[in-house]
Write a protein that binds this ligand. Sequence first.
Ligand code: SF4
Ligand code: SF4
Length: 160
Amino acid sequence: MDLEEIKKEAKTYFDKHKGFIKSLKKSKKIDDKFHELHEEVFEEIDCLECANCCKTTSPIFYDSDIERVAKALKMKTADFIGRYLHKDEENDYVLNESPCPFLGFDNKCIVYDSRPKACKEYPHTNRKRMNQILFLTLKNTQVCPAVHEIMKRMEDRISS
Ligand code: SF4
Ligand code: SF4
């Protein structure tokens, strides 16, 4: 897959995805479809060739994430917060900068084993109750080529 082409294509699909997502709101049984396509698409996409999530967005750092990552870096929690994090408008800790300072030049995460929960779960397309995070999923089509591809295949299969 050409991930750069997929990212460009995702921009042109935004309105189509938005309309489709609105129609899915009424459908309760969408988890299985998302999970099946999540498995299928991530078989074809190598995150190490992409890392767009780590380059452009910040995970939320919960207290347990902060403690774990600070420990992995052999830093005191307060020093870690002071150096890397600030609170956003929802009062959650997020990174001061992007790309993420823990992303290596080879697109590998240097704190991978201790990474925040939000990083482990991204892009959330294998979660339960997908109908509760459809607008987050729409937003993620513009960040994650896998999410765009999942949505596109779902639209094709449901309409065919
Ligand atoms: S943006 Fe999506 S495809 Fe790219 S690295 Fe993140 S999860 Fe993987
Ligand atoms: S902590 Fe690791 S997985 Fe999370 S955004 Fe940073 S580089 Fe990516």
